[in-house]
Write a protein that binds this ligand. Structure first.
Ligand code: ADE
Length: 241
């Protein structure tokens, strides 16, 4: 996996690949990561990458030329070009999984008030991190790179990502570690029992319960077997949820 980020702020990405799990994976050669400062591509004699919007209005708009000339130098037939924008598809775990299988991702990070609309015609995919406006695409890009790279083969143990929240459409089950009692709160008995089948069943039910409680919107995407559906129905009937 190779990632190329077109940005005016390459320094933003240094901690991303120099910290923790991604630093180790990067050192081990599991992915390559480069930034391209598209200011270096501007043909403007003052070095500007943006200009005032046609029609007037506040702020500056990123010009096509520096971004698209920079893109030309890094794009190949194997690249997937992604524009970060609040108008894009909301980012989800499913997308992270799909992107983790690509060989080359190129991210374009806008900044300031926005970018020339014509840039959208040159990308394969537009992604939004969520329904809020960031100062630029960089924070969204860093989050997406993190979510994608942890799914690249070898970055984390496969068992860990199989049990992630959302990987089966459900939120994750609760986890506990020592001590058995903290501030009067006990670890659920079943987790101390050593009975693997019961533990698995409990975890599955807790995943369902967490989802019903915190993200009922996810339920409509799921098809439950009869036993799980009965459990969901019983939860929905109870007031405790
Ligand atoms: N740029 C500014 N806000 C954004 C968002 N929510 N998602 C992706 N890119 C952005």
């Amino acid at each position: 996996m190779k990632i190329t980020v077109l940005t005016l702020f390459p320094e933003y990405f240094i901690p991303l690949i120099q910290t923790s799990i991604l630093a180790r994976a990067h050192q081990a050669g599991l992915f390559t990561f480069e930034t391209v400062d598209f200011r270096n591509f501007t043909k403007d004699k003052h070095g500007h990458v943006d200009d005032t919007p046609y029609g007037g209005g506040a702020g500056m708009v990123l010009k096509c030329q520096p971004i698209l000339d920079a893109l030309k130098t890094v794009r190949t037939k194997d690249s997937t070009v992604i524009l970060l924008t609040p108008q894009g598809h909301p980012f989800q775990q499913r997308m992270a999984r799909e992107l983790s299988l690509k060989s080359h991702l190129i991210f374009i990070c806008g900044h300031y008030e926005g970018f020339d609309e014509r840039i959208r015609d040159y990308v394969d995919l537009q992604i939004s991190l969520g329904d809020y406006v960031l100062t630029g695409g960089e924070p969204a890009c860093a989050v997406i790179c993190d979510a994608v790279l942890r799914l690249v083969d070898g970055v984390i143990k496969k068992d860990s990502s199989d049990e992630d929240s959302f990987s089966h459409g459900l939120l994750e089950y609760p986890q506990y570690t020592r001590p058995e009692i903290y501030d009067g709160k006990r670890v659920p008995e079943v987790l101390l029992s050593g009975h693997h089948a019961n533990i698995e069943k409990w975890r599955h039910q807790m995943s369902i319960k967490n989802t019903v409680k915190h993200r009922p919107d996810l339920l409509k995407e799921l098809e439950f077997n009869e036993e799980d559906q009965n459990y969901v129905n019983s939860l929905l009937k109870k007031d405790e949820i």
